[in-house]
Design a protein around this ligand. Structure first.
Ligand code: 3AM
Length: 176
């Protein structure tokens, strides 16, 4: 079985900027450079056959170049406490439209549509214990410089000892 998700890769300068915000938050497990991504759609466990269908379906998604910039930080909470610290992106319209096209392509091969609202975000830290105060975040200013999104990728998540290892298994469109 393969645990798959569809996500944007980030160019090196954006990853560097996101690594520079580490620090100042107690209990944070910061995402490594090779873990940074922007999820368009979580797929979950599929067998090899379904993975081939996913791969072909994603090949039919229309990709129109758009610019994206880092936005404001935010958090996801579970059971009343923060479990994910992330950095948002702006604008949200085009990345939202791309996520919708990915969803439609996966619907055509029988994957149920995503029911949760799409919140474009780049996870920078997770917490297994209670998060400390977030006043110290971000430790460095986030750059406003936009980058061009010209493609997306199919990723596999493998659970390791040190959190998840993410690997790009296929790319669509053009890349950095
Ligand atoms: O892109 P981020 O880091 O926010 O939290 C997981 C990660 O999100 C999320 O998919 C991304 C790649 O692992 N994820 C994991 N299990 C999930 C689930 N059951 C999930 N998203 C939705 N439903």
């Amino acid at each position: 079985m393969h645990r798959l998700f569809v996500a944007l890769e980030l160019p090196p300068l954006v990853r560097d900027a996101l690594l520079a915000v580490h620090g100042g938050v107690a209990g944070a497990r910061w995402q490594r450079d090779d873990q940074l991504h922007l999820t368009l759609r979580f797929i979950g466990e599929v067998d090899r056959h379904q993975a081939q269908d996913v791969s072909a379906a994603l090949g039919s998604v229309n990709i129109q170049r758009f610019a994206l910039s880092l936005g404001l930080p935010g958090t996801f909470d579970r059971r009343g406490r923060i479990d994910t610290l992330w950095v948002g992106v702006t604008p949200q319209s085009e990345v939202g439209a791309l996520a919708k096209r990915v969803d439609s392509a996966l619907l055509r091969i029988g994957l149920p549509p995503e029911t949760r609202a799409f919140v474009p975000h780049i996870t920078v830290a997770r917490f297994s214990r209670i998060a400390g105060p977030l006043e110290g975040f971000p430790a460095a200013p986030l750059p406003a410089t936009p980058w061009d999104v010209t493609g997306f990728a199919l990723w596999e998540s493998r659970l390791g000892h040190d959190g998840a290892d993410y690997a790009v298994i296929e790319r669509y469109g053009s890349h950095y």
